[in-house]
Design a protein around this ligand. Structure first.
Ligand SMILES: Nc1ncnc2c1ncn2[C@@H]1O[C@H](COP(=O)(O)OP(=O)(O)OP(=O)(O)O)[C@@H](O)[C@H]1O
Ligand SMILES: O=P(O)(O)OC[C@H]1O[C@H](OP(=O)(O)OP(=O)(O)O)[C@H](O)[C@@H]1O
Ligand SMILES: [Mg+2]
Length: 282
Protein backbone atom coordinates (compact mmCIF):
# COMPACT_ATOMS: atom_id res chain seq x y z
CA UNK A 1 0.00 0.00 0.00
CA UNK A 2 1.30 3.44 -0.96
CA UNK A 3 1.36 5.69 2.13
CA UNK A 4 0.40 9.25 1.20
CA UNK A 5 0.68 12.26 3.55
CA UNK A 6 -1.92 14.98 3.06
CA UNK A 7 -2.03 18.40 4.79
CA UNK A 8 -4.62 18.30 7.60
CA UNK A 9 -4.99 22.12 7.94
CA UNK A 10 -4.17 25.46 6.35
CA UNK A 11 -4.20 26.71 2.76
CA UNK A 12 -2.97 23.42 1.30
CA UNK A 13 -5.51 21.15 2.94
CA UNK A 14 -8.70 21.73 0.94
CA UNK A 15 -7.19 21.95 -2.58
CA UNK A 16 -5.10 18.84 -1.85
CA UNK A 17 -8.20 16.88 -0.83
CA UNK A 18 -10.09 18.16 -3.90
CA UNK A 19 -7.26 17.07 -6.19
CA UNK A 20 -7.11 13.57 -4.70
CA UNK A 21 -10.89 13.19 -4.78
CA UNK A 22 -10.91 14.25 -8.43
CA UNK A 23 -8.17 11.67 -9.07
CA UNK A 24 -10.53 8.96 -7.83
CA UNK A 25 -9.33 8.51 -4.24
CA UNK A 26 -11.35 8.37 -1.05
CA UNK A 27 -11.09 11.48 1.10
CA UNK A 28 -12.12 11.98 4.72
CA UNK A 29 -15.51 13.40 5.63
CA UNK A 30 -14.55 14.38 9.16
CA UNK A 31 -11.53 16.64 9.70
CA UNK A 32 -10.71 14.72 12.89
CA UNK A 33 -9.86 11.55 10.97
CA UNK A 34 -6.07 11.14 11.01
CA UNK A 35 -5.66 7.99 8.91
CA UNK A 36 -7.84 6.88 6.01
CA UNK A 37 -7.30 3.57 4.22
CA UNK A 38 -8.41 3.39 0.59
CA UNK A 39 -8.06 -0.35 -0.15
CA UNK A 40 -9.80 -0.11 -3.55
CA UNK A 41 -6.92 2.06 -4.76
CA UNK A 42 -4.25 0.32 -2.67
CA UNK A 43 -3.26 3.50 -0.82
CA UNK A 44 -3.49 4.84 2.72
CA UNK A 45 -3.77 8.53 3.61
CA UNK A 46 -2.18 10.15 6.67
CA UNK A 47 -3.43 13.63 7.56
CA UNK A 48 -0.45 15.52 8.98
CA UNK A 49 0.64 19.09 9.64
CA UNK A 50 1.84 20.56 6.32
CA UNK A 51 5.14 21.57 7.92
CA UNK A 52 5.84 18.00 9.08
CA UNK A 53 5.08 16.24 5.81
CA UNK A 54 8.52 16.59 4.18
CA UNK A 55 10.09 15.33 7.41
CA UNK A 56 7.98 12.14 7.40
CA UNK A 57 8.68 11.56 3.71
CA UNK A 58 12.44 12.15 4.16
CA UNK A 59 12.49 9.65 7.04
CA UNK A 60 10.64 7.10 4.92
CA UNK A 61 7.74 6.87 7.42
CA UNK A 62 5.38 7.67 4.55
CA UNK A 63 6.11 7.18 0.84
CA UNK A 64 4.92 10.46 -0.65
CA UNK A 65 3.26 13.65 0.50
CA UNK A 66 1.72 16.92 -0.56
CA UNK A 67 3.31 20.06 0.85
CA UNK A 68 4.54 23.51 -0.21
CA UNK A 69 7.92 23.97 -1.89
CA UNK A 70 8.74 26.60 0.77
CA UNK A 71 7.88 24.15 3.57
CA UNK A 72 9.95 21.41 1.90
CA UNK A 73 13.03 23.65 1.71
CA UNK A 74 12.58 24.99 5.23
CA UNK A 75 12.31 21.44 6.63
CA UNK A 76 15.88 20.69 5.48
CA UNK A 77 14.54 17.18 4.82
CA UNK A 78 16.16 14.96 2.20
CA UNK A 79 12.75 14.55 0.51
CA UNK A 80 12.65 15.78 -3.06
CA UNK A 81 10.12 17.41 -5.35
CA UNK A 82 8.45 14.85 -7.63
CA UNK A 83 5.57 16.78 -9.24
CA UNK A 84 4.35 20.40 -9.26
CA UNK A 85 0.68 20.65 -8.35
CA UNK A 86 -0.08 24.23 -9.40
CA UNK A 87 -2.14 25.37 -6.39
CA UNK A 88 -1.21 27.44 -3.29
CA UNK A 89 1.07 29.55 -5.47
CA UNK A 90 2.90 32.23 -3.54
CA UNK A 91 6.17 34.09 -3.40
CA UNK A 92 8.42 34.29 -0.38
CA UNK A 93 9.76 37.79 0.15
CA UNK A 94 11.53 40.21 2.39
CA UNK A 95 9.54 43.22 3.54
CA UNK A 96 10.17 46.27 5.72
CA UNK A 97 8.31 49.48 6.65
CA UNK A 98 7.47 51.34 3.43
CA UNK A 99 10.38 53.29 1.93
CA UNK A 100 13.01 52.08 4.39
CA UNK A 101 14.98 49.31 2.60
CA UNK A 102 15.64 48.73 -1.11
CA UNK A 103 18.32 46.04 -1.28
CA UNK A 104 18.93 42.78 0.58
CA UNK A 105 22.48 43.94 1.43
CA UNK A 106 20.83 46.42 3.81
CA UNK A 107 19.54 43.52 5.92
CA UNK A 108 23.07 43.25 7.37
CA UNK A 109 22.96 43.98 11.09
CA UNK A 110 19.15 43.82 11.25
CA UNK A 111 16.82 41.29 12.88
CA UNK A 112 14.62 39.23 10.52
CA UNK A 113 11.35 37.68 11.72
CA UNK A 114 10.00 34.67 9.81
CA UNK A 115 8.21 31.33 10.07
CA UNK A 116 10.79 29.89 7.65
CA UNK A 117 14.14 30.36 9.45
CA UNK A 118 16.07 27.71 7.50
CA UNK A 119 14.97 29.09 4.14
CA UNK A 120 15.93 32.63 5.20
CA UNK A 121 19.28 31.65 6.75
CA UNK A 122 20.22 29.66 3.62
CA UNK A 123 19.29 32.57 1.36
CA UNK A 124 21.18 35.17 3.38
CA UNK A 125 24.27 32.92 3.58
CA UNK A 126 24.19 32.34 -0.21
CA UNK A 127 24.04 36.10 -0.73
CA UNK A 128 26.72 36.90 1.84
CA UNK A 129 24.43 38.98 4.06
CA UNK A 130 24.84 38.74 7.83
CA UNK A 131 21.66 39.58 9.74
CA UNK A 132 22.02 40.27 13.45
CA UNK A 133 19.52 37.50 14.14
CA UNK A 134 16.61 35.46 12.84
CA UNK A 135 13.49 35.48 15.01
CA UNK A 136 11.31 32.42 14.43
CA UNK A 137 7.59 33.09 14.71
CA UNK A 138 4.64 30.78 14.09
CA UNK A 139 2.48 33.25 12.17
CA UNK A 140 1.23 36.85 11.99
CA UNK A 141 4.83 37.69 11.12
CA UNK A 142 3.80 41.07 9.66
CA UNK A 143 3.11 42.38 13.18
CA UNK A 144 6.63 41.62 14.44
CA UNK A 145 8.09 44.93 13.28
CA UNK A 146 5.43 47.07 14.91
CA UNK A 147 5.92 45.13 18.14
CA UNK A 148 9.66 45.81 17.99
CA UNK A 149 10.75 42.16 17.71
CA UNK A 150 12.36 42.60 14.29
CA UNK A 151 13.34 45.21 11.66
CA UNK A 152 12.65 43.08 8.59
CA UNK A 153 10.31 40.17 7.89
CA UNK A 154 10.45 37.33 5.38
CA UNK A 155 7.04 35.82 4.66
CA UNK A 156 4.63 34.25 2.19
CA UNK A 157 3.06 36.85 -0.11
CA UNK A 158 0.12 36.04 -2.34
CA UNK A 159 -1.89 39.18 -3.07
CA UNK A 160 0.17 41.53 -0.85
CA UNK A 161 -2.94 42.57 1.11
CA UNK A 162 -1.54 41.52 4.48
CA UNK A 163 1.70 43.46 3.91
CA UNK A 164 -0.11 46.61 2.83
CA UNK A 165 -2.40 46.46 5.85
CA UNK A 166 0.68 46.34 8.07
CA UNK A 167 2.33 49.31 6.28
CA UNK A 168 5.10 47.11 4.91
CA UNK A 169 6.66 46.93 1.45
CA UNK A 170 8.54 44.16 -0.30
CA UNK A 171 12.14 44.77 -1.35
CA UNK A 172 14.79 42.74 -3.18
CA UNK A 173 14.18 39.81 -5.51
CA UNK A 174 11.74 37.04 -4.50
CA UNK A 175 13.51 34.57 -2.21
CA UNK A 176 11.40 31.78 -3.71
CA UNK A 177 8.38 31.08 -5.87
CA UNK A 178 6.36 28.39 -4.17
CA UNK A 179 3.42 26.14 -4.99
CA UNK A 180 2.09 22.85 -3.70
CA UNK A 181 4.27 19.91 -4.70
CA UNK A 182 4.21 16.13 -4.41
CA UNK A 183 7.37 15.05 -2.57
CA UNK A 184 9.01 11.65 -2.30
CA UNK A 185 12.29 10.23 -1.01
CA UNK A 186 15.38 11.18 -2.95
CA UNK A 187 17.16 7.85 -2.43
CA UNK A 188 16.02 4.24 -2.72
CA UNK A 189 13.61 2.61 -5.14
CA UNK A 190 10.52 4.41 -6.33
CA UNK A 191 7.66 3.23 -4.09
CA UNK A 192 5.19 0.84 -5.75
CA UNK A 193 2.10 2.69 -6.90
CA UNK A 194 3.73 6.13 -7.22
CA UNK A 195 3.51 5.88 -11.03
CA UNK A 196 -0.27 5.37 -10.88
CA UNK A 197 -0.75 8.24 -8.39
CA UNK A 198 1.40 10.51 -10.56
CA UNK A 199 -0.49 9.67 -13.76
CA UNK A 200 -3.85 10.18 -12.07
CA UNK A 201 -2.83 13.57 -10.65
CA UNK A 202 -1.36 14.64 -13.99
CA UNK A 203 -4.66 13.64 -15.61
CA UNK A 204 -6.60 15.91 -13.26
CA UNK A 205 -4.18 18.81 -13.74
CA UNK A 206 -4.31 18.50 -17.52
CA UNK A 207 -8.12 18.29 -17.47
CA UNK A 208 -8.13 21.52 -15.45
CA UNK A 209 -5.62 23.30 -17.67
CA UNK A 210 -7.06 22.38 -21.07
CA UNK A 211 -10.41 22.54 -22.86
CA UNK A 212 -11.63 20.71 -25.95
CA UNK A 213 -12.28 22.99 -28.90
CA UNK A 214 -14.47 21.92 -31.83
CA UNK A 215 -15.05 23.99 -34.93
CA UNK A 216 -15.97 23.80 -38.59
CA UNK A 217 -13.71 25.30 -41.20
CA UNK A 218 -13.64 25.41 -45.04
CA UNK A 219 -11.32 22.67 -46.39
CA UNK A 220 -9.03 25.24 -47.99
CA UNK A 221 -8.40 26.83 -44.57
CA UNK A 222 -7.79 23.65 -42.52
CA UNK A 223 -3.99 24.02 -42.51
CA UNK A 224 -4.22 27.63 -41.38
CA UNK A 225 -6.73 26.80 -38.61
CA UNK A 226 -4.76 23.77 -37.42
CA UNK A 227 -1.73 26.05 -37.15
CA UNK A 228 -3.67 27.97 -34.48
CA UNK A 229 -4.81 24.79 -32.66
CA UNK A 230 -1.98 22.26 -33.09
CA UNK A 231 -3.33 20.21 -30.13
CA UNK A 232 -1.03 18.11 -27.98
CA UNK A 233 -0.09 15.57 -30.65
CA UNK A 234 -2.19 16.39 -33.68
CA UNK A 235 -5.79 17.62 -33.96
CA UNK A 236 -8.58 15.39 -35.26
CA UNK A 237 -9.86 16.53 -38.66
CA UNK A 238 -13.12 14.87 -39.81
CA UNK A 239 -15.13 15.22 -43.00
CA UNK A 240 -18.52 16.97 -42.88
CA UNK A 241 -21.66 16.28 -44.88
CA UNK A 242 -20.89 19.45 -46.79
CA UNK A 243 -17.69 18.28 -48.57
CA UNK A 244 -16.33 21.81 -48.77
CA UNK A 245 -15.96 21.94 -44.97
CA UNK A 246 -14.15 19.92 -42.28
CA UNK A 247 -14.66 19.56 -38.53
CA UNK A 248 -11.62 19.99 -36.27
CA UNK A 249 -11.21 18.95 -32.62
CA UNK A 250 -8.16 19.89 -30.57
CA UNK A 251 -7.08 20.46 -26.95
CA UNK A 252 -6.41 24.12 -26.15
CA UNK A 253 -4.97 25.67 -22.99
CA UNK A 254 -7.88 26.98 -20.93
CA UNK A 255 -6.25 30.39 -20.37
CA UNK A 256 -5.88 30.84 -24.15
CA UNK A 257 -9.47 29.90 -25.01
CA UNK A 258 -10.73 33.32 -26.05
CA UNK A 259 -7.60 34.39 -27.90
CA UNK A 260 -7.70 31.13 -29.90
CA UNK A 261 -11.43 31.47 -30.65
CA UNK A 262 -10.86 35.03 -31.95
CA UNK A 263 -7.98 33.87 -34.16
CA UNK A 264 -10.01 30.92 -35.53
CA UNK A 265 -12.98 33.13 -36.29
CA UNK A 266 -10.69 35.59 -38.11
CA UNK A 267 -9.40 32.86 -40.45
CA UNK A 268 -12.96 31.71 -41.24
CA UNK A 269 -13.76 28.96 -38.72
CA UNK A 270 -17.38 28.88 -37.51
CA UNK A 271 -19.48 26.96 -34.94
CA UNK A 272 -16.57 27.12 -32.50
CA UNK A 273 -17.53 25.14 -29.39
CA UNK A 274 -15.59 24.79 -26.15
CA UNK A 275 -16.09 21.87 -23.74
CA UNK A 276 -14.49 21.13 -20.38
CA UNK A 277 -12.45 17.96 -20.06
CA UNK A 278 -13.63 15.85 -17.15
CA UNK A 279 -10.65 13.48 -16.96
CA UNK A 280 -7.80 12.38 -19.17
CA UNK A 281 -4.68 10.19 -19.51
CA UNK A 282 -2.18 11.47 -22.01
N1 LIG B 1 -2.14 33.37 1.30
C1 LIG B 1 -1.59 32.32 0.75
N2 LIG B 1 -1.70 32.09 -0.56
C2 LIG B 1 -1.14 31.03 -1.15
N3 LIG B 1 -0.42 30.10 -0.50
C3 LIG B 1 -0.28 30.30 0.78
C4 LIG B 1 -0.85 31.38 1.47
N4 LIG B 1 -0.54 31.27 2.75
C5 LIG B 1 0.18 30.14 2.83
N5 LIG B 1 0.36 29.57 1.65
C6 LIG B 1 1.10 28.37 1.33
O1 LIG B 1 0.60 27.36 2.18
C7 LIG B 1 1.68 26.67 2.75
C8 LIG B 1 1.66 26.93 4.23
O2 LIG B 1 0.59 26.27 4.74
P1 LIG B 1 0.37 26.22 6.31
O3 LIG B 1 -0.79 25.34 6.52
O4 LIG B 1 1.63 25.93 7.02
O5 LIG B 1 0.08 27.72 6.64
P2 LIG B 1 -1.25 28.50 6.46
O6 LIG B 1 -2.00 28.13 5.25
O7 LIG B 1 -0.83 29.90 6.59
O8 LIG B 1 -2.09 27.97 7.70
P3 LIG B 1 -2.06 28.45 9.22
O9 LIG B 1 -3.44 28.90 9.45
O10 LIG B 1 -1.72 27.22 9.98
O11 LIG B 1 -1.05 29.53 9.31
C9 LIG B 1 2.96 27.22 2.16
O12 LIG B 1 3.36 26.39 1.10
C10 LIG B 1 2.55 28.57 1.66
O13 LIG B 1 3.31 29.00 0.55
O1 LIG C 1 -0.38 38.29 0.36
P1 LIG C 1 -1.65 37.85 1.02
O2 LIG C 1 -2.71 37.48 0.02
O3 LIG C 1 -2.13 38.84 2.03
O4 LIG C 1 -1.35 36.47 1.77
C1 LIG C 1 -0.21 36.28 2.55
C2 LIG C 1 -0.53 35.99 3.96
O5 LIG C 1 -1.24 34.75 4.07
C3 LIG C 1 -0.62 33.93 5.05
O6 LIG C 1 -1.05 34.26 6.31
P2 LIG C 1 -2.22 33.51 7.12
O7 LIG C 1 -3.53 34.15 6.81
O8 LIG C 1 -2.13 32.06 6.91
O9 LIG C 1 -1.87 33.87 8.63
P3 LIG C 1 -0.54 33.49 9.45
O10 LIG C 1 0.44 34.58 9.19
O11 LIG C 1 -0.98 33.44 10.87
O12 LIG C 1 -0.06 32.17 8.94
C4 LIG C 1 0.84 34.36 4.94
O13 LIG C 1 1.56 34.02 6.10
C5 LIG C 1 0.74 35.85 4.75
O14 LIG C 1 0.63 36.51 5.97
MG1 LIG D 1 -0.45 31.03 7.77
Amino acid sequence: MLRIAVPNKGSLSEPAADLLREAGYRQRRDSRELVLPDPDNDVEFFFLRPRDIAVYVGEGTVDVGITGRDLLLDSASTATEHLRLGFARSTFRFAAPAGRLTDIAQIAGHRVATSYPVLVADYLREHGVEASGIVRLDGAVETAIRLGVADVIADVVETGTTLRAAGLEIFGEPILRSEAVLVCRADGDEPAGLDVLTRRIQGVLTAQQYVLMDYDVPLALVDQAVGITPGLESPTVSPLHNREWAAVRAMVRRDETNRVMDALYDVGARAILVTSIHACRL
